[in-house]
Design a protein around this ligand. Structure first.
Ligand SMILES: [Zn+2]
Ligand SMILES: [Zn+2]
Length: 259
């Protein structure tokens, strides 16, 4: 090998090794993505990166509101609204969530929101897509769009959980992801510190969508990590519809049911 070849070869080998390692962790993870137990040491079998215990903890009751995905009582119909969303005028058709924002799921989302935790975010997207396979297939999604961050905020962290989730949904649904069709035009305060009505107000008009062919006349799957008041999804949906989108459906990992 000549001297000039070496840096390239070294670079390629490293890239290949990284790629293989990522793929290897993907198919044969050394530890459970949720409880982090060493799979070999505990003689556990992982499916989708999760041990059996964590998988069952992330399997949720199917009885949820057919509009906002909040859990509902055993005798209530699942094809309408619920007590939480009855007074909401969502512009999106419906929301799909893996489960309520609580317990193990909340802990995992908090982890997935940190840079470097892409595998956790991807696992959560896969679990969500698995739960809603039939409905997502029937929805006939054309393009997947993540809820964006305000650019300076993204620049600071270089990580947007919604973008990672959207990328995984795109792989599963075999539909393109469009990261630049929707932009956030201003900073909004952290949702956790505001009241529900303030949150809705803060998000209003905070997004703009590009009225190009990827959006016009298309069915959009808008992806975010958590839906609580629905203010963010609502504002983003309005922007997408204003840019000519035909329909917007929302996929989130968790439905926040706290007020
Ligand atoms: Zn586990
Ligand atoms: Zn509802």
């Amino acid at each position: 090998m000549s001297g000039t070849d070496r840096p390239f070869a070294a670079h390629t080998t490293k890239a290949l090794a990284d790629w293989l390692r990522a793929g290897g962790d993907w198919l044969f993870p050394p530890s459970c993505l949720a409880c982090r137990r060493d799979l070999a040491e505990h003689r556990l079998i992982a499916i989708g990166g999760l041990c059996g215990d964590c998988r069952s903890q992330l399997t949720f009751e199917r009885r949820v509101c057919g509009r906002c995905s909040a859990p509902i009582g055993p005798n209530l119909p699942t094809d309408g609204d619920c007590i939480l969303c009855r007074d909401e005028r969502y512009a999106f058709e419906r929301a799909f969530a893996l489960g309520p924002y609580d317990g193990v799921l909340r802990d995992l989302i908090r982890r997935a929101q940190k840079p470097g935790q892409e595998l956790v975010a991807r696992m959560l997207a896969r679990q969500t897509a698995e739960r809603w396979t039939d409905e997502l297939t029937a929805a006939n999604v054309d393009v997947v769009v993540p809820v964006p961050q305000f650019l300076p905020q993204w620049w600071w962290r270089r990580y947007n959980t919604a973008a990672v989730l959207a990328d995984e949904f795109s792989r599963i649904l075999r539909r393109p992801v469009s990261g630049w069709s929707l932009v956030k035009t201003r900073w909004t305060p952290s949702q956790a510190q505001s009241s529900p009505s303030d949150r809705r107000q803060q998000q209003r008009g905070a997004f703009r969508a590009v009225p190009w062919g990827r959006i016009r006349g298309r069915t959009i799957l808008l992806v975010d990590d958590v839906l609580t008041t629905g203010g963010t999804s609502q504002a983003a949906t309005r922007a997408l519809l204003a840019a000519g989108a035909a329909r917007v459906l929302v996929a989130v990992v968790a439905r926040g049911i706290g007020r």
